[in-house]
Ligand binder design. Structure first.
Ligand code: SAM
Length: 236
């Protein structure tokens, strides 16, 4: 499956970028007459036939194979991590259907600059691999207090807190089913939230303070665990 940044409609024809032509021709060893599946994140999935003399140059769209899916309204708010762990977190968030990736700066966040272009490239690669048709939005980094002050109070805030009392997560989340406008899952930095941040978070409306078990998980592990639980309890 290939992501193309172009409108997809019947009879459409897409000029391949050089590296896409190289990938199809040299890596996948495909040529004129072969067909592949393409998506652009909003027009569903299409079958396309490869055209080109020496190497793949164009794609001719033949038929829509899957309609565009309705994305979950599931935002992942997370303290940015260093490269490989951030790459992993982005990849898993895409697989879990996150519709927005929102880097959130906290007192103990160890990363100051976030490469959102790298995040987008990883999101596209994850979507190509797992077959999801929706690409998540990628927000610019914001401090925690500002993100909380700007969020819609109708959305459910799922604060993943290793200090939370152990409770049945599916029951806690399930109790909110049917009443929510959207879901914000918040994961802290490797150094955890400060006491001031925890106090600010516990004052938020529509809050579920979620324990992911008795062990301290790495932030990227916690993101996967939380998104899996949320999808299991509330996924549509
Ligand atoms: N404060 C932790 C400590 O004492 O070492 C470190 C934070 S942990 C590495 C990073 C983030 O993952 C936390 O801020 C929290 O959001 C989430 N997390 C980790 N383990 C968790 C658990 N058992 N339950 C809920 N959230 C957890």
């Amino acid at each position: 499956r290939l992501f193309v940044d172009a409108p997809l409609d019947a009879g459409g024809r897409i000029a391949l970028e050089r590296e896409q032509g190289h990938y199809l021709g040299n890596v996948l060893r495909l040529g004129a007459g072969d067909s592949i599946l393409v998506f652009n994140g909003h027009d569903g999935e299409w079958r396309a036939q490869i055209e080109g003399r020496k190497r793949p140059e164009h794609l001719a769209l033949t038929e829509q194979t899957r309609p565009q899916e309705t994305p979950c309204d599931l935002h992942l708010l997370f303290a940015p991590l260093k490269h490989a762990r951030l790459d992993y977190m982005v990849q898993k968030a895409v697989e879990m259907g996150a519709s927005l990736l929102a880097p959130t700066l906290t007192q103990f966040t160890q990363v100051s600059r976030v490469n959102t272009e790298r995040m987008r490239a990883n999101a596209i690669e994850a979507a190509e691999q797992c077959g999801i048709l929706n690409l998540p939005g990628i927000d610019e980094p914001q401090p925690l207090a500002r993100r909380l002050s700007e969020r819609d109070g109708q959305r459910l805030l799922i604060f993943c807190d290793e200090a939370a009392p152990q409770a049945d997560p599916l029951a806690a989340l399930g109790a909110e089913a049917g009443k929510i406008k959207g879901l914000d899952v918040l994961i802290g930095p490797e150094g955890g939230f400060s006491e001031e941040e925890r106090a600010l978070l516990l004052r938020q409306p529509r809050l579920v303070r979620l324990s992911l078990g008795p062990r301290i998980l790495r932030a990227d592990t916690a993101a996967v665990a939380a998104l899996a639980l949320v999808q299991a309890a509330l996924g549509d």
